[in-house]
Write a protein that binds this ligand. Structure first.
Ligand code: SF4
Length: 337
């Protein structure tokens, strides 16, 4: 089976196989799968079951990820497999993330075909998204390498829970940018995500930035989970301490999904999060899932003038110069284009 390949990051440990792709570091007994159900111990070797098993694939605007400071206005061939290493009760893509990989029914797309599809469709890059990209680890190493050879960018939309080794390897393979979801403070991870460690996510965001990757952070504000002013202030403090003022911070609107039925995030909560971040020193905060809202636009940090106007996921106006400067005051705008 094409989608069944020996995994590249694991080690034997007390008769089990320890998967080293994400910080769950599952110790998998013979014949069993890890938590995400994409990796299996078979005859003393760890296998990925999802190499190139593509659950969804389409050309999408980069703004939808959201990346607002990375090739604005471009599109990327966006793809995913099955499963996830987290189980957010409000998952918006649960039909992909909660399904176990089934190698016998795989939809195999080779790395070459993926990159070809991007080129044919006029995309500037490729992007692993929808469920946790790290589960496609071995496949991404091949796709990203090929994409770079063909002059395309590579990016991922991640929950940031991979191991440092996995992140390093993805960077070496050609990953240019990563959007990382931070779900909230330690309490949110403890209560809603089975005790996972928020510190790992910040560590990886910092590491990605230090590796020279373009990083943007996203906080989905979920009603009754992480929407108090104290939680939002705490998140902004952490963002500034770990990543500084120039890494964009998006606050996106939650809608009921999967097992979560609380009402959608109030617009006033998102607006307050934006102004809090701005006042505390984040130079490029945004709101998301509020099409046409003024806080989805980019304003110069120097003079406050409107530089990029967005409508939904499309650009309506783009005024940043070729030198990536504000045409009004000359400030350098931190974006990759
Ligand atoms: S990638 Fe999957 S199998 Fe590996 S440690 Fe993470 S959850 Fe476990």
């Amino acid at each position: 089976m094409e989608t069944l390949r020996e995994a590249s990051l694991y080690r034997p440990r007390n008769g089990l196989l320890e998967c080293l792709v994400c910080e769950r570091r599952c110790r998998i007994p013979p014949g069993k799968r890890g938590y995400c159900r994409t990796r299996a111990n078979r005859d003393g070797k760890l296998y990925t079951l999802v190499y190139g098993d593509i659950s969804a694939m389409e050309s999408r605007p980069i703004e939808i990820k959201p990346f607002f400071h990375f090739y604005p206005g471009s599109s990327a061939m966006t793809f995913s497999t099955w499963g996830c290493n987290m189980a957010c009760p409000w998952c918006q893509n649960w039909h992909l993330s909660r399904r176990a990989a089934e190698p016998a029914r795989a939809n195999y797309v080779s790395p070459g075909s993926m990159v070809e599809a991007a080129i044919r469709g006029g995309d500037r890059g490729v992007c692993a998204s929808f469920q946790e990209p790290a589960l496609l680890f071995e496949y991404l190493l091949d796709v990203f390498k090929l994409a770079r050879e063909k002059g395309l960018y590579s990016c991922a939309v991640s929950n940031g829970y991979m191991t440092e080794k996995a992140l390093e390897k993805l960077g070496e393979a050609g990953m240019d940018a990563i959007k990382i979801d931070i779900k909230g403070d330690a309490e949110v991870y403890k209560k809603h995500l089975g005790g996972l460690d928020a510190g790992v996510v910040w560590r990886n965001a910092e590491k990605a930035r230090d590796m020279g990757l373009h990083v943007e952070m996203v906080n989905l504000i979920v009603t009754g989970v992480n929407d108090s002013p104290e939680q939002i202030r705490g998140l902004v403090v952490e963002h500034l301490e770990r990543l500084g003022p120039w890494v964009p911070l998006h606050f996106t609107r939650y809608f009921p999904a999967y097992r979560f039925t609380a009402s959608p995030t109030q617009v006033s909560v998102l607006e307050k999060a934006y102004t809090t971040a701005r006042e505390m020193g984040v130079q490029y905060p945004y709101v998301g899932n509020l099409p046409g809202h003024r806080y989805e636009n980019t304003y110069c940090h120097g003079c406050g003038k409107l530089l990029i106007e967005r409508e939904g996921y499309r650009l309506k106006r783009y005024k940043v110069t070729h030198e990536k400067k504000c045409p009004f005051c000359g400030a350098e705008i931190p974006l990759v284009a």
